[in-house]
Design a protein around this ligand. Sequence first.
Ligand code: NAD
Ligand code: ZN
Length: 236
Amino acid sequence: MHAVREWLKHARSVAVLTGAGVSAESGVPTFRGNNGLWKRYRPEDLATPDAFARDPKLVWEWYDWRRSLIAQAKPNEGHYALAELEKRVPSFSLITQNVDGLHELSGSRNVLNLHGSIWKVRCTGCERESVDRQTPLPEIPPKCECGALLRPGVVWFGEALPPRIWQDAETATRSADIFLLVGTSAIVYPAAGLVQIAKASGARVVEINIAETVLSDRIDEFLQGRSGELLPQLIA
Ligand code: NAD
Ligand code: ZN
């Protein structure tokens, strides 16, 4: 912990990759390490193009439920600590796999949303994208004015990441002196691949998680604990 604080004090460029764990203390459920969350389905079976093609109503019911939870959630001390860190480091990028928008709400500026936003909807017909914050949705599955089905504006398993955002994330990772990995199981690619890029580019990689992950013994420092507690300590 002491070493990491020193590194951060002198860092010129910091990149952070966050996952669902950073929002867990805000009451937003993570995908893994939790069970019995929703009916009898696993998130991995619902967040896919196939699932949506098979049963758009079921997928939208799940998203509507997640939207209702996220609508009540507030940023926690971990989100705020990252927003504060951004003010102190000359070059700072916050790459997130989360779709909840809590980083922006806590004041973070340079946020790269790798997996989109749960508040966005996109037409499967005319491809128009818009923001819809209604929850519960008045109609499930929701439809576009053109008559086609709307889909959540998120990146599903098996889909490509938005190319520009991914490029920016790679660039930020390559130039980072310190790469922080926070609250992610680090098994969803390509996001997890940023850790290898960071290492190969000579960054110090620091992980914060309540439990070890597949990457924990391949990085410079593993800090075990809740991000809402450890992140404020790191910048205190
Ligand atoms: P994940 O559910 O696979 O893993 C969560 C990780 O967070 C685990 O390693 C767990 O040990 C850790 N964790 C839990 N509570 C923590 C805490 N308080 N402090 C620190 N670490 C904690 O999540 P993932 O790696 O982000 O990947 C799953 C995918 O799920 C992502 O693509 C993301 O888009 C999506 N997702 C997003 C949200 C959200 O927006 N909040 C929530 C669930 C899932
Ligand atoms: Zn349309």
